[in-house]
Ligand binder design. Structure first.
Ligand code: SAH
Length: 646
């Protein structure tokens, strides 16, 4: 199969920038902090007489009133972030507020950067999500007052966005207000989903007003509204209010005579969809034979609806099993089926929902359309995998970039303990996939599958994701499965690894060359580990031992101690840091000879000093050599505090 106009090439409007409006120098400093973390953000600030800010990159200055800037950016920007008092913002935007389906999102940050307020466009325009991102970047408190947030409801009007679903007809306002009343205990919202991803249903809060089987309800729970999720149009008798989401499951196989007019192709498609009660918004894309790749009418229709096109060679099409093969077509193009075969191949399924049908229009060509339904809906979004290190435990040790990646993600994947550690950052409607600690491969595959559906996925590891974490495994799995390096996009977001956290808690033991060795022999044969221990000990590296001792793996750490005792002084400092930066943290500094391996467990990192490491007032210090280089104080023994240090 060859693919054209698919994902990356599909004509989509370019992402519109975020405008950050920050009139004062204080506000401008906050705005620039935000700009560093937000893609495509432009800062606007008032020109000072010295015009210093005019020289800053991506900062635009204005001289007149801010109102004129607001008027300009309201049309251009995806979202407006004001660093200004809320009252002033309300007055500035009031003249332009028109419709929540078209208005940009508006977020307000106070000049103290304490709060980020989602002022308008919270759902459709993504203001609530942006508010969380802004708050995460500034370590401010997000203030979100939309009903769905308050009641921890899924936001029904944005529900399908991350899966690439298209919003269809419906009374969205009526459904939203019914949902709020239902959340308060007055009735329920019926969900009728015939296709598309259902995983969202498992992510709902414990109490929610949605019901799937209307029949299971007792008469006392009236249905207030219906959410119709289907590639079909809603039935004519569906009671109001209702609103429709259309997962894009329908692949249209199209064959046409050379030179067929776009209008003919469009009508053939419209007729076929209408006859079968299928929704146009549920169309995933068009498929045809490769020799039609330059067919102007076909390309025009695809462009008009922003449908991707998939092309198949005659030989590929000929292999598909179709209900209506044609010897005439076979003689002409070398495959007995174009429309039906292309639809089935594009949908990667055997579910033909509409066998081929021809529309012939005098002087405007002839077009054959068949429709197949894919198991998995098409999403035009480019999936993203962010492999995120969350640091050792406390949220203080999370980098702003990691925080951002978590807040931004449609789905967060990780071991339950790590999800618990970042739980204050998770938002309702985010897909959260917890998996047991031993199921790393399944976790990686699950995350890749989500990203391949077009979702933005954060895969969490403690510490750094690329140090005995998930990053390598995810990349290995991608490499094994024909990844093109672009889809999904991958970003590795670094974190503070355990050896840094442990070192910081005990002083500065890593000031000279060091190495990390994991004592886990689940994935590495023990003789290899032992060889590395020997080498590190002999080469006088400071060593950090990860995975030092589990309930069943108890001997390794004792062997490690014995190896080091053969190469280093019995007085060499050893630090055992357990659960660093977590509420149950414990720290012990001892020596190689007194090192009681029984106190070590899987939550510990063990640091073994080199031949120069010493301890002073509870701080382990490995001299870098400054004092030896620049003064007469050359060794711990001549250190001014040597009498108090060991
Ligand atoms: N990716 C992680 C390491 C995972 S391997 C990182 O970069 O830190 C798991 C091992 O890391 C544990 O057995 C322990 O040795 C160490 N570790 C992880 N978190 C720790 C913490 N908070 N305190 C001490 N050691 C920790």
């Amino acid at each position: 199969m060859s693919i054209s106009n698919f994902r990356a090439d599909v004509r989509r409007p370019a992402a519109r920038p975020i405008a950050i409006l920050a009139p004062t120098p204080t506000a401008c400093a906050i705005a620039q902090q935000l700009q560093a973390g937000l893609a495509e953000a432009v800062v606007w600030t008032k020109a000072s007489s010295e015009s210093e800010s005019a020289e800053l990159e991506r900062v635009r200055t204005y001289t007149g009133s801010l109102a004129a800037v607001v008027q300009q950016v309201w049309q251009e920007a995806e979202a407006l972030v004001f660093v200004l008092a809320t009252g002033a913002v309300v007055r500035l935007i009031a003249p332009y507020l028109a419709d929540k389906s078209t208005d940009p999102a508006v977020v307000v940050v106070d000049e103290g950067a304490k709060f980020a307020i989602s002022l308008s466009g919270g759902h459709g325009a993504g203001g609530d999500r942006l508010t969380r991102e802004v708050a995460a970047l500034l370590e401010a408190t997000p203030v979100i007052s939309s009903a769905s947030e308050v009641h921890q409801l899924p936001a029904l009007d944005t529900l399908g966005k991350s899966f690439g679903w298209q919003r269809g007809a419906g009374d969205w306002l009526g459904v939203a207000s019914a949902a709020v009343r239902a959340a308060a205990g007055a009735g329920a919202i019926a969900v009728r989903q015939t296709c598309g991803w259902t995983m969202w249903q498992q992510q709902l809060p414990d109490r929610h007003p949605l019901v799937w089987e209307v029949s299971e309800l007792s008469d006392e729970i009236p249905i207030r509204a219906t959410l119709w999720i289907s590639d079909r149009r809603p039935p004519a008798d569906l009671p109001q209010p209702y609103a429709c989401w259309h997962p894009r499951t329908l692949w249209l196989g199209v064959g046409c005579e050379r030179g067929t007019a776009a209008a003919t192709i469009e009508r053939a498609i419209a007729d076929r969809l209408a006859e079968l009660g299928l929704a146009r918004a549920a169309v995933a894309g068009l498929a045809s034979i490769a020799l039609k790749a330059d067919e102007a009418g076909l390309l025009a229709v695809a462009r008009q609806y922003q449908w991707p096109l998939r092309w198949f060679e005659a030989a590929e099409l000929a292999r598909a099993t179709v209900p209506n093969p044609s010897p005439v077509v076979e003689r002409a193009v070398g495959t007995p089926s174009v429309a039906e075969a292309a639809a089935l191949l594009a949908a990667e399924s055997d579910r033909l929902v509409a066998p081929k049908q021809v529309l012939r229009v005098p002087d405007a060509g002839a077009c054959t359309v068949a429709i197949a339904r894919a198991e998995c809906e098409y999403s035009p979004r480019l999936g993203q995998l962010r492999l995120v290190g969350i640091g050792p435990g406390s949220l203080d040790c999370l980098t702003p970039a990691a925080r951002q990646a978590i807040v931004r993600a449609d789905a967060v994947v990780g071991y339950q303990l790590y999800l618990d550690l970042v739980s204050p950052l998770l938002r309702p409607q985010q897909i959260v996939c917890a998996s047991p600690i031993t199921q790393e491969v399944q976790r990686a595959d699950g995350a890749i599958a989500l990203a391949r559906r077009g979702l933005s996925v954060a895969v969490l590891s403690s510490g750094d994701c690329g140090i005995y974490g998930m990053a390598g495994l995810v990349l290995e799995r991608l490499a094994q499965t024909g990844w093109d390096g672009r889809s999904p996009q991958v970003e590795v977001v670094p974190g503070i690894t355990a050896l840094q956290a442990a070192a910081a808690r005990v002083g500065a033991p890593l000031m000279h060359d060091f190495c990390a060795i994991s004592l886990s022999d689940l994935l590495t044969p023990w003789p290899v580990i032992e060889r590395r221990l020997e080498a590190a000990a002999a080469a006088d590296f400071v060593v950090a031992l990860y995975n030092p001792r589990s309930q069943t793996r108890t001997r390794g750490i004792a062997t490690a101690r014995d190896i080091f005792l053969r190469h280093r002084s019995p007085a060499t400092p050893v630090a055992i840091v357990r659960a660093a930066y977590r509420s149950d943290e414990s720290i012990q500094i001892t020596t190689l000879t007194d090192f009681d391996v029984a106190v070590v467990d899987m939550l510990s990192t063990v640091l073994i000093g080199n031949s120069n490491t010493f301890v002073c007032e509870g701080y382990a210090i490995t001299p870098r050599g400054y004092l030896r280089a620049y003064s007469s104080m050359t060794s711990p023994l001549t250190h001014p505090d040597a009498d108090r240090c060991s």
